[in-house]
Design a protein around this ligand. Structure first.
Ligand SMILES: *Cc1c(COP(=O)(O)O)cnc(C)c1O
Length: 380
């Protein structure tokens, strides 16, 4: 049934093996820098590669500050703590995301509220957000109170799904109006821009992941980006066990975390960063090949939203219905092509099933139609 599509994808990768969803590429200075790092003996939580990486990320994204962390999840956790999210607060997010977003909310003792996504971005819908806030909340002083639960909505975390930027400018305006701190989950969107601005730099805080499946990787790793000097400094302090800098004394002024990225991982990532631009242009070429192949027929190819430049981290096609989705997944995977449905929606997971949501019409639609297809950088 989907033989033509599957053969076409296989022909792009020109391989008889299993075609992965997104394979890391180590084609630059990775081994050189890892060796330098080992030779220096600075393999752990300080070293020149960490400083270099943080400068590189800041330069690339245009954020004033970047703070490297052990992974994207720990970066999200710290971002929420920086937003002063505490026990029994609420944080608005989208149901269509990876579980890490909601886990981080839970680490703070807070509760997610799920608002629907847009059909053309797969990210949090500003219209749905506005509607929810108008109908259900009151701003008292500097706090947004959810009238249904009586809890404070401290923060909002939209996610740039599969690298496609959501309508973040409008979301920012709404959050400002309602006194909600905007954290962008840009874990998947390094190299994606909205209106010329890098994703993660529009909200007060942005979070990037360098997990093995992301566009570039440090093995495991993450990063907080912000334009706020105080937040950046506090982030660094919190991930460094809240140690008060001193030549020999161990003093800690709060409960901190051991969330720093090791220099060894930073060394790998500094090399990966050197190839980011070429990975991005390669991924864009692949997306165009897919777009032309699927050209306006079912399955539809999901294109980057208006006003945006996507990194096309994972390509998406939209099948006719749930039955066709599963037929495609079955046929592709049995023929050695990795294809995956999107995540089970967060509101369906046992931990979050009692969370408030706004009906989630579009998110449910995507769950039944969307499939990720192989998206690795093709080295030609
Ligand atoms: C990958 C990812 C994360 C978490 O990153 P880790 O580095 O794996 O902890 C968070 N949110 C989203 C949307 C992700 O895709």
């Amino acid at each position: 049934m989907y033989e033509e599509t599957i053969n076409f994808i296989r022909s792009i990768y020109n391989s008889e093996d299993v075609i992965p969803l997104n394979e890391p590429q180590f084609i630059g200075n990775e081994k050189k820098y890892l060796n330098e790092c080992i030779d220096s003996t600075y393999v752990s939580s300080s070293g020149i590669f960490i400083d270099k990486l943080e400068r590189n990320i800041a330069n690339f994204t245009g954020a004033k500050y970047a703070v490297a962390t052990t992974n994207g999840t720990s970066a999200l956790h710290i971002a929420l703590l920086l937003a002063n999210v505490t026990k029994n607060d609420e944080v608005i997010s989208q149901p269509l995301t990876f579980v890490a977003t909601c886990n981080a909310i839970s680490y703070c003792g807070a509760h997610p509220v799920f608002i629907d996504v847009d059909k053309d971005t797969m990210g949090l819908s500003p219209n749905a957000l506005q509607k929810f806030l108008e109908e259900n909340t009151t701003v008292e002083g500097q706090q947004c109170i959810n009238n249904i639960t009586g809890r404070v909505i401290k923060s909002c975390i939209p996610m740039h799904s599969f690298g496609h930027p959501c309508r973040i400018d409008e979301i920012k305006e709404i959050c400002d109006e309602y006194k909600i701190i905007l954290i962008e989950d840009a874990a998947e969107s390094l190299g994606s821009f909205f209106n010329g601005k890098h994703t993660g730099t529009i909200g007060q805080i942005g979070v990037i992941s360098f997990n093995g499946n992301k566009i570039i990787t440090s093995g495991g790793g993450g990063c907080i980006i912000t334009n706020d000097a105080i937040l950046a400094k506090r982030a660094k302090h919190m991930i460094t066990t809240a140690k008060v800098p001193h030549k020999w004394e161990y003093n800690h002024d709060m409960i901190g975390y051991n969330y720093r990225m090791p220099n060894l991982n930073a060394a790998l990532l500094v090399a990966q960063m050197e190839n980011l631009k070429s990975f991005l242009s390669n991924k864009r070429k692949l997306a165009i090949i897919y777009r032309d192949f699927f050209s306006d027929k079912v399955p539809f190819f999901f294109e980057e939203p208006a006003q945006s430049k996507s990194n096309y981290w994972l390509n998406i096609i939209l099948l006719e219905d749930l039955k066709q989705r599963d037929l495609f997944l079955d046929e592709a995977n049995s023929k050695g092509l990795m294809a995956r449905p999107i995540w089970t929606l967060m509101n369906k997971l046992p931990m979050f099933k009692n969370s408030h949501n706004d009906g989630l019409v579009n998110a449910r639609w995507f769950e039944e139609h969307a499939v990720n297809i192989p998206s690795s950088v093709v080295i030609s």
